[in-house]
Design a protein around this ligand. Structure first.
Ligand SMILES: [Zn+2]
Length: 261
């Protein structure tokens, strides 16, 4: 197996995995989305809610607020020394108190732990009319995407590595226009593949020029993986945590295999 970074910026990372198979890449994708813990509001205690939203709706919206996650300071409740009873290492709190008129934003949450904050401060939670009040206490815990979608750390997807062959020399500027990813350029009156790794195998060029002129195929063993964090964790952290989880699972499997004897 071979790994090569294709692109990395604040919003997303993409890398090439060579000499592997789709099942493995899909395992990586599922591990990142389902097994990497992030922090979110899990319980809401209502002291007052005279807003237009039911308690349940408000609690749901609070659960979806993206929280900067510190995996070093907190444990998953099930893996904590307190055995899930709840302690400072596996849960933290926030309060939210506001009287209308005005909007309640994620930035209005007051966190007990000063290191914790909402990633997008202007996330709208509810609009308050004149005299309407929201006063709640929230409990935040670490959780996994497989238990609730609010814990999913981001979007992960992959494409087969493209292979584009221009079978007949062509001036076809149509391919340049029709390609939504700007893969082609025309230089010296010849069609060239300029940005191969941007191709997502949509086949618009093949449909436009014909199979006898151009061929586009996805590799069966090379894949481009995209990781787009929602903001709780950085893309690098998401991948590293997923690999830790995979190792944990393999260790567990290994020890159970030994017990079979
Ligand atoms: Zn605990």
């Amino acid at each position: 197996m071979n790994l090569k970074l294709i692109d990395k910026n604040k919003e997303k990372i993409s890398f090439l995995i060579k000499d592997t198979e789709a099942a493995y890449v899909n395992t990586v994708r599922r591990l990142i989305m389902e097994e990497v813990p992030t922090m979110a509001v899990e319980e809401v205690k209502f002291i007052q809610n005279t807003s237009a939203l039911y308690d349940e709706m408000l609690a749901l919206r609070l659960g979806l607020v993206v929280i900067k996650t510190d995996l070093k300071s907190y444990n998953l409740p099930g893996e904590c020394k307190c055995k899930g009873k709840g302690c400072a290492q596996c849960e933290t709190y926030a309060t939210l108190k506001k009287i209308g008129p005005g909007n309640v934003y994620a930035e209005d949450l007051k966190f007990k732990d000063p290191k914790i904050k909402a990633v997008y401060p202007k996330t709208l939670i509810v609009k308050l009319g004149d005299g309407q009040e929201v006063n709640v206490q929230c409990k935040l815990i670490l959780g996994k995407g497989k238990d609730h979608a609010k814990f999913i750390p981001g979007l992960v997807y992959y494409n087969a590595y493209p292979k584009i062959e221009i079978l007949k020399p062509t001036v076809a500027t149509d391919a340049v226009k029709v390609c939504p990813r700007n893969v082609f350029r025309v230089a010296n009156k010849k069609l060239n593949v300029e940005e191969l790794e941007k191709c997502d195998l949509c086949m618009a060029c093949v449909e436009s020029l014909g199979k006898d002129v151009i061929s586009v195929e996805g590799s069966k063993k090379d894949f481009i993986v995209f990781v787009e964090p929602w903001g709780q964790l950085k893309s690098q952290e998401m991948i590293e945590e997923a690999m830790k989880e995979l190792n944990k699972k393999l260790d567990e499997f290994n020890s159970k295999v030994k017990d079979l004897k």
